[in-house]
Write a protein that binds this ligand. Structure first.
Ligand code: CUA
Length: 189
């Protein structure tokens, strides 16, 4: 299922829910006669509210479980075939093959990385200054995977690029005025 389909589905569901709620309100207004005593009306609203709440919980839980099957991350049991280091800094990305063997500040990576397609890759993501967000996007701006880049911590992100092409790294956490300039590229061959 592609991104647009998911987005349209979400829009459709919200629209259907909005129509349902409006119809319910209209129904309540139309069916409540002026002579109806307040107690009865309150009971009616309360009954509707609790049913609505239960229905909402069921839909939310079912939607959550269903959407979990679309998680792009590899199963914990899969072993990554190649490892890459990613160091975030204000306001650039330093990336390179292999493990990080120096202090993050001393690491000299590139904001242009070439990786193979069809292999499970591990990105060990850290930061040399403040919190950043490492987000991998395809050429059409769809997010594929992400993790936090935190100073003092290494967050492994396992991801397999199935298609060759050009991918973008965007920072996903506000980290200063030039935050939106914090971009990098991954070429998948
Ligand atoms: Cu780094 Cu925003």
């Amino acid at each position: 299922m592609n991104f647009l389909t998911v987005q349209n589905l979400a829009a459709g569901i919200s629209l259907a829910a909005a129509v349902l709620i409006i119809s319910a309100v209209v129904y309540l207004i139309l069916t409540s006669s002026k002579k109806e005593d307040t107690k009865k009306a309150t009971k009616k609203v309360e009954r509707f509210r609790s049913r609505y709440f239960i229905a909402l919980v069921i839909v939310a839980v079912a939607g959550f479980v269903w959407s979990m099957s679309f998680l792009p991350y590899a199963k914990k049991t899969a072993q990554p075939e190649e490892t890459y280091t990613v160091v975030a800094m204000q306001w650039a990305w330093k990336m390179g093959p292999g493990e990080l063997e120096v202090e993050p500040r001393e690491f000299s990576g590139s904001n242009d990385l070439t990786v193979p397609a069809g292999k499970l890759l591990r990105f060990n993501v850290t930061s040399q200054d403040v919190n950043h967000g490492f987000g991998i996007y395809d050429s059409e701006g769809r997010m594929l995977a992400q993790t936090q880049a935190m100073p003092g911590f290494t967050n492994p992100l396992d991801y397999e690029f199935t298609e060759p092409g050009e991918y973008h790294i965007l920072c996903m956490e506000y980290c200063g005025v030039p935050h939106d300039l914090m971009m990098a590229k991954i070429h998948v061959e």
